[in-house]
Design a protein. Sequence first.
Lengths: 168, 67
Amino acid sequence: MSPRAASRLESLGFEQVYDYVAGKADWGSSGLPLAGAEGSETRVGAHVRTDVPNCRANDRLQDVCKHLEESGWDTCFVLDEGGVVLDEGGVVLGRIGRRAIRGRADSSAEEAMTLGPSTIRPSARLREVVARMQGQNLTSLPVTTSDGRFAGLLTRADAEEALRALRR
Amino acid sequence: MAIPVDREQVQRLLSEDAQLVEVLPQAEFEDEHLPGAINIPLKDLDHERVAGLDRTRPVIVYCYDYQ
């Protein structure tokens, strides 16, 4: 639709016309804010936790375990090289829970991680994600941008509370 | 010929005072739109509706995705 609109604008005499062909689906799924009745507050991206531990594939599990204990979280995300600092948004390679670490202190994160965890986009509608979490009994879901970069973790408790607040 | 742009280029153009136009129907615009966008549905894109746009500044159009 936007190529036709761009062409139409040019036929109306506009000379500097640009076409953002990937549109608002791309904008929202990258984690950028959207306005409107179904704007950012109704989307997952506004409610993610960004303080979730992350590590690299070659990190030792004993270090990952220490990291988990210090942070109070029971899950850690294995990110590619770009992801040591969350702001750099590394690509999610896998997920490690506390249970997978037990008795494997000398193994690497890569050996213990669950590959390709199911993820959602920041632009996903909160009410739909809450229904999915409840239906599948999920306590959290990792959130990644459209290019696979880690944006944070949505916990079911946070999502349910946010949905209740939106309905008030 | 309009120039296709990606997300980063859109952000740069907006910082340079470009105008942003969503061409989807009004109901879809009201549900969600990029901050700062105005709505001119494709079906209504005529001389009258574009009169409010500044011809000396860049205009970025967008819809939902590659449809």
